[in-house]
Structure formats: C-alpha cells, structure tokens
Design a protein around this ligand. Sequence first.
Ligand code: CA
Length: 207
Amino acid sequence: MQKKMLFLTFALGACCALPSVAPAAPGAKGEIVKTLEFTDQNGQNSVVLRLTGEFARPEDRPESDANRAEHSRELFAECFVEKDGQQKQAWRVYDFIHGCPFQLRLGFFPDLAAVTDLDRDGISEVWLPYYGACQSDITPPGMKIIMYEGGQKHAVRGEAHHPEVPDSGRYQADAAFKKAPQSFRRYADELWQKMLKAESQLDYNTM
Ligand SMILES: [Ca+2]
C-alpha cells in the first residue's frame, strides 16, 4: 500500500487584524465543515474547520496507460481569538493526503469536534478528530486527535479498526498528552472509542 500522509501542525503567532465575520487565514482553502465559537480567558474564540474536495496539484501524476491519476485533498482548522477589539490567529492545523492514486480518504468527524474545560483553568480545550488514508487494501485509515488548550498542542495518533487486521484500532498519545491532567487523557480515550465507532459507520462510497 502506498501511503503519502503527512501530518503538519504549527502554531502561528499574532499576525494581522482580521474581519470579525467568517474569519479565514490568507490562502484558506476548502469548504467550511464546522465552526466552534466559545469564550474563555483568552477572549472570544472562533475555530473554523475546512476540507477541500479532491483536486490535482501540478505535481500530481495524470492518468496514463500505465498509471492511475493521483489526487490530493487537504484539511485545515484555524483558531481566531478576539480580545480588546483585536482579532488574531492563535493556531492552525493543516493536514493532507497528496499524490494518492488509490482511494483517498480524508475528513473530520464533525459531530465529535468539541470544546471543553476539563481542568477548569479558564482556558478551553479544542478537540479536533479526523481520519485520512490513501487506501488500496484493507489497511484501516489513520486517525488522529489534535487538541489545543490555548497555544499548547496535544496529539493522539493511531488507526481505525478492521476486523481482519490484528491489533488495529489502537492509538498513541504524544508527550504533551502523557503529562497532561488525567481528565484530558480520559477524554481522549473516550473520544477515540467514539471515533472507532463513527469510522466503522462511514459510507466512503458517498463521500
Ligand atoms: Ca482548560
């Protein structure tokens, strides 16, 4: 199986004043999947989840007699914070499948995206669960939870479950999660179980 899945996330510093309606970073692509609005100690927050359709990048190989066409798809989550009349981009998640000649799977679990304040410190936690794969066999899609509390990123990475793939459905928490409050780790584990169930019910043929 050919897999070209890279995970990139990075925090952006304060940059530029942005309009208060439908915030979008320069170059933002894709359709809005969901918007999360909440207020915490940092100010008024808007998190916008976006997902592109399948498209061909200039470097993606076109279809030929010898090769299937390659396609790409990208997802974004951008957090904008407004405080004292100033709006800034706090962080951005960017992930993608590029150059996929097989079944391209990429998407959020929008119903499972959530905002909490489990440790009650006044800074909300934003939970972003999604899946992605370039699939040519029964290997389950990768799944990931990105969680931001303020500017601190946490990540859980693993794969969906497939009954014919031993040990599938497991995940690994990153170092930030390992030293986070137990309530965060418990929530991540419960969220992962919900993602496994949601993924098993996805109808990829209609997506
Ligand atoms: Ca918190």
